[in-house]
Design a protein around this ligand. Sequence first.
Ligand code: 4FN
Length: 246
Amino acid sequence: MKFDVLTIFPEMFSSFLRFGVLGRAIENELVDVGLVNIRDFAKGAHKTTDDRPYGGGEGMVMKAGPIHRALNSVERVNGRSLVALLCPQGKRLDQPTAWELSNWDQLILICGRYEGVDERIRLTSIDRELSIGDYVLSGGELGAMVLMEVISRLIPGVLGGERSNIEDSFEEGLLEYPQYTRPRVFQEKEVPPVLLSGDHEKIRLWRRRASLKRTALKRPDLLANAGLTSEDERILQEIKKDSEGP
Ligand code: 4FN
C-alpha cells in the first residue's frame, strides 16, 4: 500500500510514522508513505496556501492551485489509486470501510486546514470524502494518521504473529472480553477462577459470554451488525434471562 499525504504540516507525521506497527510495516516495505508539503507548490514570495473567502466572513480558505499542483506531483501507482479528502462531510470511517479501502494500491490523502479547501478541489480532484468522527478538529492530519494506522493493520504481513483478539473480536463486530495478568489478586480484586482452571473449552465459553455481555451492555448498536452464531444467540438469551432475575 502506498499512502501519499498532502499537508501544510508534514512534520506532524514524522514520529507517528517511526513507531509501532506502522513504523515496522514501513521498515519492512509493506507500506510506503510519501509526504507532500502543499506549501512547496504555493506561488509568490510568501508561498501562501490560504486566502480570504469570497463573500466575506471569518477565517481563511485553502487555495485550490497549490493543492491541485501538489496532487499532480504525486506519481500515480496505476489504476488502483484513490484520492480522498479528510473532512467532516465524509462517510465516517469504520472497520468495514477500512477493509474496502485496503484493497486500493494507493491512497492519496488530502488534509485540510483553516476553514477548509476551495470547493473546486472537491469538484475536480476528489474521489472520496472520509471522516474519522463527529467532532471538531483543527486539520485533517489526525484523520490521515488514523486512516493509515487502521488500514495498515489489514495489509497481509503487517501484523505478523500478533494478530490479537482485539482484531478477532472486532472483526466479528464485538467488544473484547476482559483481560487479566499477574498478580492474581490486585487491590482485593481476584482473577476469575475459570481463567486459572486450564479448561480451555470452559475458558472459550466464558470469554465469548463476556464479549457478548459487554457488547450488549455498552455498545448494543454493534450487535445488529455482528456475525452472531446460534451459540451466540443462545448465550445472549441466557444473559438477558440472568439480568431479569429478582
Ligand atoms: N475538520 C463539524 C462540523 C463542521 C466543521 C467541523 C470541523 C479541519 C479544515 C475541516 C473533522 C472531523 C473529522 C478530517 C466539524 C476531519 C475533520 C475529520 C476536519 C480544518 C476544515 C476541519 C459536525 C463534525 C462536529 C474543521 C462536526 N476526519 N472543521 O472539524 O478536517 O477527517
